[in-house]
Design a protein around this ligand. Structure first.
Ligand code: BG6
Length: 320
């Protein structure tokens, strides 16, 4: 048999190291050949772990978090949709629980893509992996279906690279009536000591202080220190300017959070009394080890017309 026309390129690259994906106990875990990993629970499509190659955990997860689907997961990155906070009265979301239904519904794992299919350079092997998750109206519990009767589709993509984690949400209106929604990625960042961080790039912006009867203030300081219960909605920020959590030890960034389409940012730390009051938050002192930097669209409502879709994303970079 004449094999002179055998395409020599077949097989080239297949020996390059590939990300590994495991799927067990309703949890998807992806690990890059260089050692970084991400874990996502189908319950809420909640990212519960993001580790760098050195094994260092970047997300805070409460030791008392419920991982059995009985309650939204306290920590990681819960997805808030279609309402942020307690729903307003006489609104299409009024019958929903605080922060909506996305974080307490079971999503579907749609599959993974890696550098090659994402069109990224892969000369050193695949150093990117993207996991896609879906949620749609028929997948909701009867209670949620009744409470929010809109035909929607959500596609949530979690992309892990060597130095970043990207989460991206596409909202589709598959029905014949418009709907309004709010959305937020409720990221719990893992920090060593709340007294040794500052949150930067919020100055001169207006925020709603939820600890002071939702009164409106302007951020004066260029470096926000967290030394008490903090629950603020910073409105209409420039998404091109990343929010930076920096260390007071060397004034270098520990995390930066860049956003697209998510122009509001919530900064939350429950502090000691609220932490003690949350049954799924523990240990009590763990409020010192977390800061929530929540990228969202929550200060007003997005209206999505029938047949349209909307997308928002964040890229979190960690100090290597
Ligand atoms: C934040 C809100 O996004 O989430 C806070 O601004 C709220 O007001 C916090 O306390 C946690 O909410 P939950 O429902 O997870 O306890």
């Amino acid at each position: 048999m004449d094999r002179s026309n055998k395409p020599s390129a077949i097989g080239v690259g297949t020996s390059l190291p590939q990300p590994t994906i495991s799927f067990r106990d309703n949890t998807v875990e992806a690990t890059l050949p260089s050692g970084e990993s991400v874990t996502v629970h189908l319950y809420g499509a909640t990212v519960t772990s993001w580790k760098l190659a050195n094994g260092k955990e970047q997300l805070f997860l409460s030791q008392k978090a419920h991982l059995d689907g009985s309650k939204p997961i306290r920590g990681g990155i819960p997805v808030v949709f279609p309402v942020f906070g307690p729903p307003p009265q006489n609104h299409a979301t009024s019958a929903l629980p605080q922060h909506g239904f996305a974080r307490n519904s079971t999503w579907e794992f749609l599959g993974k893509s890696s550098s090659e299919s994402l069109g990224r350079d892969r000369k050193d092997g695949d150093d990117t992996v993207k996991l896609d998750f879906g949620l749609s109206h028929p997948m909701l519990s009867d209670e949620f279906q009744k409470a929010w009767p809109y035909e929607f589709g959500l596609v949530y993509s979690v992309t892990l690279t060597k130095d970043s984690l990207e989460t991206s949400l596409q909202v589709q209106n598959k029905g014949s009536q418009n709907f309004d929604f709010q959305v937020l990625m409720h990221t719990y960042l893992n920090i060593e000591d709340i007294s040794q961080i500052r949150v930067k790039n919020l100055e001169s912006t207006t925020y709603i202080d939820k600890t002071q009867n939702a009164s409106v203030h302007t951020q004066q300081s260029p470096a926000l220190e967290i030394n008490k219960e903090t629950d603020r909605v910073y409105k209409s920020l420039d998404p091109k300017v990343p929010i930076v959590v920096s260390s007071t030890v060397d004034d270098q960034p520990l995390f930066s959070v860049a956003r697209q389409g998510l122009n509001d940012v919530v900064v939350w730390n429950p502090w000691i009394e609220k932490a003690k009051g949350m049954a799924d938050f523990g240990p009590d002192e763990a409020y010192k080890n977390m800061i929530c930097i929540e990228a969202g669209s929550v200060a007003s409502w997005q209206t999505l017309e029938a047949g349209d879709s909307w997308e928002g994303s964040q890229v979190i970079r960690a100090r290597l």
